[in-house]
Design a protein around this ligand. Structure first.
Ligand SMILES: [Zn+2]
Length: 602
């Protein structure tokens, strides 16, 4: 069985995919489509979804089919069920997904007559309903009796607000109730029953990429990864602008990194689908590339029926071959450590937006234990002890970038000790900026393409220096501030109300932000937004364009007057654009939705 050298590809079979297989002879031919274009080394075969549960015989037949080909086979469960729920008279069958009432049970019952005014729909489970719990446990036991590894698709959450759940919740918040409930369910209805049936079985929890809502729906990365054998994550950001979830595309990279930092070596991989990608197939390919840029070990393609005989697979196969030739050269990802504690909200996905503005990030679940510059956002303020940790970091000589959202959350929590900057509830709209110069005089003014709305941050003159200001008529307001504390430097970055407005900054503003915040990493890029930099610990990096049109010229600034740079794929050295006293500058042209990998030569 041919395999890629640096990663694996798996194909996911839902219960509907399985139901579409009527003869193994015809399936052998159809599966050839995937074999022609991809080196597929694993399949996940689902034993339950909605109201469909394939029989043991068919599952065993499929398992044997793939094992004969030398392809690994794991099981999968999607924790959705069919329910009867009340339908509002004015909303038709395509209306709202809700959760109410008890599950219908197994497949046979799903065909029962639905009374007028009610409808049958898929939903996640009510985990306080005893019959539903028992049914779920049986589903897990059945899967464990066939497979030695089982993944739970990312419907393993609860949004149930039925009267019984309200009563069980009592005085707790939904967050506290659901985090506790799903930890208990993970232990008692998933891992223990599965291992009782099959002591060899490895259970995988797959987390969705909408991490901002984990705590509200009971996904608990603080407890569950220790209960399960492996974690996995969705990396399907798709076309952000036309998706209800509006997850920034950099998230296909950062979510893998957050989990890898949480459970080193125990992240099984990432998972993508083809939704929202037909208008630009590069959205589909990009999700795969970002998963592997983050050093994901395996990529699961959802799902067989949706991908069979489609236009997605041939270009994906082509790009995976190309990526396999360079990704092995890249070491471990590094970047500005950004503190994203468990169950945090506030400035969700902010580092994903900033990542696509050219800053390299490494999200961490713990306060970063390093001397270099770290970033704290409103999410970091979730940690009640964050101020003491920040103070110690600065006293030891580490630097920090505080976002305006962090300042807001920390008001009244002692942040005045660290900076004179204060978040106010006033706003300023501007498209003009000034950048630091000598003494207290700005050196020049630059204009963005459109106005952006910024919160006004107040600071005390000479207690902090304003490195970048938004200019408005006869006044100006800080975008980037700098002061010192102990042995460290404190930067304060004002974040636009709409994070996507970061892309409205002129290149000069973005470049100065990168220059200061990336100073510990020995590299920054000069140029426009939507070019990302992925850094690795062995003097390699990837430059990746998130732009949808036109080639862009970017300058790479490397620390050191005599650096050399090689493009890994071609093996050719890039000619130097400019030597400066303390840096070497290279100019790179990058096409839209394209990436280039480089090695810095010593
Ligand atoms: Zn319920």
């Amino acid at each position: 069985m041919p395999r890629y050298k640096n990663f694996d590809i798996a194909i996911y079979f839902t219960t509907r995919c399985i139901a579409s297989i009527h003869s193994m002879e015809a399936f052998e031919k159809d599966f050839g489509f995937f074999e022609k274009h991809l080196k597929c080394s694993k399949v996940y075969i689902e034993t339950h979804r909605d109201d469909m549960d394939p029989g043991r015989e068919k599952l065993l037949q499929l398992k044997q089919f793939f094992e004969n080909k030398g392809i690994e086979v794991s099981g999968a469960i999607t924790t959705t069920f069919m329910k009867i729920s009340r339908n509002k008279p004015m909303i038709d069958e395509t209306g709202i997904y809700g959760c109410g009432g008890s599950i219908l049970g197994n497949a046979g019952n799903a065909e029962q007559q639905v009374e007028k005014g009610y409808k049958k729909e898929w939903a996640t489970l009510c985990y306080t309903d005893e019959a539903s719990r028992q049914r779920f446990k049986e589903i897990v036991e059945f899967a464990a009796s066939i497979f030695d590894e089982i993944i739970l698709d990312d419907f393993f959450f609860t949004n149930c607000t039925c009267p019984a759940c309200i009563e069980s919740k009592g005085e707790k918040s939904w967050e506290a109730f659901r985090l506790e409930l799903m930890t208990e369910v993970s232990e008692n209805l998933v891992v223990k029953p599965a291992k009782a049936v099959n002591p060899q079985v490895k259970m995988i929890i797959k987390y969705p990429n909408w991490y901002e809502a984990y705590q509200e729906t009971g996904y608990n990365p603080e407890t569950q990864p220790d209960i399960f054998d492996l974690v996995y994550t969705g990396t399907e950001t798709r076309d952000t602008n036309h998706s209800m979830q509006h997850l920034p595309r950099y998230g296909s990279y950062s979510i893998v990194r957050w989990f890898e930092n949480l459970k080193p070596g125990r992240v099984g991989g990432g998972w993508i689908d083809q939704w929202n990608s037909i208008q630009n197939i590069n959205y589909y390919i990009e999700q795969a590339m970002l998963t592997f840029f983050a050093k994901g070990k395996e990529l699961t393609l959802f799902c067989y029926s949706w991908l069979f005989d489609t236009v997605y697979i041939p270009p994906l196969g082509h790009e995976l071959e190309r990526l396999d030739r360079v990704i092995g050269e890249m070491g471990n990802p590094v970047g500005v450590a950004v503190y994203e504690p468990f169950h945090a909200t506030g400035e969700e996905h902010l580092y994903d937006y900033l990542g696509m503005a050219g800053l390299a990030f490494e999200p961490m679940h713990q306060f970063p234990d390093k001397r270099s510059l770290i970033m704290l956002t409103a999410n970091s303020a979730k940690d009640a002890a964050v101020l003491e940790k920040l103070k110690a970091h600065l006293l030891e000589g580490g630097d920090v970038c505080l976002t305006s959202g962090f300042l807001k959350e920390m008001a009244g929590r002692g942040i005045d000790e660290i900076t004179s900057a204060k978040y106010t509830d006033k706003k300023v709209c501007s498209r003009d900026y000034m950048i630091d110069g000598h003494g207290s005089v700005f050196q020049g003014s630059f204009s963005g393409r459109d106005e952006i709305t910024l919160p006004m941050v107040k600071y005390m003159n000479n207690a902090a220096d304003c490195l970048i200001a938004a200019a408005k008529n006869d006044n100006n307001f800080p975008v980037l501030l700098k002061n010192s504390y102990g042995k460290g430097i404190v930067y304060t970055l004002t974040i636009p109300d709409d994070y996507a407005e970061i892309y409205q900054y002129p290149p000069e503003v973005l470049t100065v932000i990168r220059q200061y915040l990336m100073s510990d990493l020995g590299i920054y890029i000069e140029g426009r937004e939507k070019i990302a930099l992925f850094l690795y610990d062995n003097n390699t990096f990837i430059l990746d364009s998130f732009r949808s049109e036109y080639s862009t010229r970017i300058k790479i600034h490397l620390s050191g007057a005599e650096c050399r740079l090689m493009e890994i794929r071609s093996g050719k050295e890039v000619s130097v654009f400019m030597h400066k006293d303390s840096e070497t500058v290279f100019e790179i042209e990058i096409q839209p939705m394209f990436y280039k990998a480089f090695k810095i030569l010593q």
